[in-house]
Design a protein around this ligand. Structure first.
Ligand code: SF4
Ligand code: SF4
Length: 178
């Protein structure tokens, strides 16, 4: 059975603000989708390796360091690399966290806009009564399942490449994923 928090007021006016100054985490699904978008931007450029440590459940061993994987932001204004003329240039292939933003599940499994997301929602988004609960919750659930699968894959990757610096490349990681 689906659970929804009642009376969410949110509507997207496509202002592009949520694609600026944001950290977008990537799973194996997200990376595959972006590659399938046909983008000319190469893997090493669009995947940002953010320094982490072995205690982080999302950390991947690459080039001798533990890193978490994020979409790269532009150096010029810290907006997403794929934001062009204030629109997403890979819209149909965008990561799950972009699809579901600003929604998440609360501790009772209800769809919510949490306090962090609400700061930007209050500033930038339109306030119309939200109706697409069911589809959004499906996407949120899908994101959670993809993340769990991703964590299993990086766990086996970290064990596999632990003793071989040569194997710890991003390209080999993608081969491991698929
Ligand atoms: S900040 Fe809100 S209105 Fe602007 S693009 Fe993102 S979701 Fe849409
Ligand atoms: S991938 Fe698209 S939707 Fe996601 S942050 Fe970048 S420009 Fe925005």
């Amino acid at each position: 059975m689906w659970n929804f928090r009642e009376n969410i007021y949110f509507s997207c006016n496509q202002c592009g603000d949520c694609c600026k100054d944001m950290d977008v985490p990537l799973t194996h699904y997200d990376i595959k989708n972006i590659i399938n978008s046909g983008t000319k931007i190469d893997l090493e450029t669009f995947v940002n390796l953010y320094p982490s440590n072995q205690n982080d459940i999302d950390a991947v061993l690459l080039y001798g360091e533990f890193s978490t994987l994020y979409l790269t932001n532009k150096i010029s204004d810290n907006s997403c690399l794929f934001l062009e003329n204030n629109a997403c240039s890979i819209y149909n292939f965008r990561p799950n966290s972009c699809r579901i933003w600003p929604f998440s599940k609360d501790e009772k499994n209800k769809l919510q806009i949490d306090d962090i997301a609400d700061k930007l929602v209050s500033k930038s988004c339109d306030k119309k009564k939200f109706k697409d609960y069911k589809n959004t919750l499906i996407q949120v659930e899908q994101g959670i399942n993809e993340l769990l699968e991703f964590r299993e894959l990086i766990k086996s990757w970290n064990i596999k490449v632990k003793s071989s610096l040569e194997d710890q490349t991003l390209e080999n990681l993608i081969d491991h994923f698929f």
